[in-house]
Design a protein around this ligand. Structure first.
Ligand code: RNT
Ligand code: ZN
Length: 413
C-alpha cells in the first residue's frame, strides 16, 4: 500500500476526508509578489535601487534586470508550485517605451503583464508604489504637509486604481488594489493627528472615483514602524481598520507589521466578524519586519487554520510579501509559496468539528491531547501526492532551480 493510501486512512479515522481537502486546496489562490524577483527595485529609469521607505539586504547574483527576466523567472517559479496562483504587481513594474511618470501611468503600461497572465491563467493584483521616488519627501507622501506632494501621490494612486479596475475587468476576477505608504516620523511627533487627517482627506479624494467591485477591491495596509521612521507611523493599525470599516473597503494585514508578541492569525477572525473580506501579506518577521521567506512555521500554520476552519477561503485574499536578496530569488519565491500551501493543507487535515465540540463542552484536556496528536499525522505523504497529481515536482524541485541558476541566472551581470 502506498504511503499516501495509509495516510488517507489515518486521516479518515479521525474524521478527515483527504480527497476533499486536496480538491479545496487546489482552488485557493496564492498571490505571488513580483517584487521578490529584483529586490523591489522595479524598472523605472532602468531599475533604480531603493531610495527610501523600504529596504532589502543581500546581493545574491542573478537578479532580474527587466520585466522580461522577471517573467522568465516566474515561469520557472509557477512551474514548481501546485494549485491556483495569482501575481501581485507594483506600479514600478510598468512596461513602457522610455520612462513614464508615476502620475501618468495608464492601463496600457500593464497590457504586456495582462497578456502574460492571460496566457497562463494567472490573474493580477496591483499596488501603487509610494516609495523610492523624489516626491517621497521627508518620509512622507499622501500625508505630507505640502499640498503639491500630496497631489502628486493622489494622482498616482488614482492612476493605479484605474489600471487595477482595467485588469480586473479584463481578467474576470477582481484585482486587489492595495495601498501601502511609508509615511511616518523618525522622532517624537508634535502632531499625530494632522498627518492622519491629511491622509484621510487624500484617501477620500482617491476613492471618490467609483469602480465596480467586481473589477477592483481596494485595501489599505497598516504598519507599526519603519526603519528611520521609528517614532510614528501615520497609517497605523487602528487608523486603517477604522478607515476601511467606515469607507466600505478592505484591510490588508501584513504579518510583519505588528508588535512581535501579537498574533496576526488571531486578527483574521476578529476582522471577519465585521468585514466580508480581509487581505493578507504573509511574510516572516524575524524580530522585526525583516521580510524573511515564509516557512512552514507556527505563525503561518495558525494563519492557515483561521482561513480554513472559518470556511473563509473565498474571503481571505492570500498574498505573499517578502524580499530576500541574500539567496537564490527563484528558490525564495517557491519556498514561500509552497510553505503557505503546506500550511493550508495541514489546516485542511485537521478535524475541526471534533475540536470545536471539545472546546464548547469544556473538555480542554482532550482538546490539548488531540491537538498534539494531530501534529505528527502524515502530512508529508499527502503533500507529495498533491504535487504529483498537480504535475509539479515534490521534494526534488530544487534541482530544477539549480539548473536554471546554472544556465540562466548565473549569466546575468
Ligand atoms: C512594506 C509593506 C509593503 C511592501 C510592498 C513592496 O512594509 O509590507 O506591502 O512590502 O508594497
Ligand atoms: Zn506588505
Amino acid at each position: 500500500m502506498s504511503s499516501f493510501t495509509l495516510a488517507a486512512e489515518a486521516y479518515a479515522e479521525c474524521g478527515v476526508d483527504v480527497e476533499q481537502a486536496l480538491a479545496r486546496l487546489a482552488k485557493i489562490p496564492i498571490s505571488l509578489h513580483c517584487w521578490q524577483g529584483d529586490d523591489v527595485n522595479g524598472f523605472e529609469n532602468g531599475g533604480s535601487p531603493l531610495s527610501g521607505g523600504i529596504q532589502t539586504t543581500g546581493n545574491y547574483p542573478g537578479k532580474a534586470r527587466n520585466s522580461r527576466e522577471v517573467m522568465d523567472d516566474l515561469d520557472v517559479v509557477y512551474s514548481l508550485i501546485p494549485g491556483a496562483k495569482r501575481l501581485s504587481l507594483h506600479a514600478i513594474y510598468a512596461i513602457a517605451d522610455g520612462s513614464v511618470e508615476r502620475d501618468r501611468l495608464e492601463p496600457e503600461h500593464f497590457e504586456a503583464w495582462l497578456q502574460w497572465g492571460k496566457a497562463r491563467s494567472i490573474h493580477l493584483d496591483f499596488n501603487p508604489t509610494l516609495f523610492s521616488h523624489p516626491m517621497h519627501k521627508d518620509g512622507m507622501t499622501l500625508a505630507h504637509p505640502d499640498k503639491e506632494v500630496r497631489q502628486y501621490w493622489i494622482r498616482h494612486v488614482k492612476a493605479c486604481r484605474k489600471i487595477s479596475a482595467y485588469l480586473g475587468e479584463q481578467q474576470g476576477t477582481p484585482c486587489l488594489h492595495n495601498i501601502w505608504l511609508p509615511d511616518g516620523l523618525k522622532d517624537l511627533p508634535a502632531d499625530r493627528l494632522g498627518p492622519r487627517q491629511r491622509l484621510v482627506e487624500a484617501l477620500d479624494e482617491i476613492l471618490s472615483v467609483k469602480y465596480d467591485k467586481d473589477f477592483i477591491l481596494d485595501a489599505v495596509e497598516s504598519k507599526v514602524f519603519g526603519i528611520g521612521l521609528e517614532s510614528y507611523t501615520v497609517g497605523s493599525n487602528e487608523f486603517y481598520l477604522l478607515y476601511a470599516a467606515t469607507r466600505g473597503i478592505n484591510a490588508l494585514l501584513d504579518s510583519g507589521h505588528y508588535h512581535p508578541t501579537e498574533t496576526v492569525a488571531d486578527k483574521i477572525p476578529s476582522i471577519l466578524a465585521f468585514f466580508d473580506k480581509v487581505a493578507l501579506h504573509v511574510t516572516r518577521a524575524v524580530r522585526w519586519d525583516s521580510d524573511h521567506v515564509v516557512l512552514l512555521d507556527d505563525e503561518t500554520k495558525e494563519i492557515a487554520k483561521e482561513i480554513i476552519r472559518n470556511d473563509a477561503d473565498g474571503r481571505v485574499l492570500i498574498g505573499l510579501d517578502y524580499f530576500d536578496a541574500s539567496i537564490n530569488r527563484v528558490a525564495a519565491w517557491i519556498v514561500g509559496a509552497r510553505s503557505m500551501q503546506k500550511a493550508l493543507l495541514s489546516a485542511l487535515l485537521i478535524p475541526y468539528k471534533r475540536l470545536k465540540e471539545l472546546q464548547d463542552s469544556q473538555n480542554f484536556t482532550k482538546l490539548m491531547v488531540l491537538n498534539e496528536e494531530i501534529k505528527t499525522m502524515p502530512l508529508g505523504a499527502v503533500w507529495d501526492e498533491y504535487c504529483r497529481r498537480q504535475g509539479v515536482l515534490g521534494a526534488d524541485w530544487f534541482a530544477k532551480v539549480q539548473e536554471y541558476e546554472k544556465n540562466v541566472l548565473s549569466k546575468r551581470s
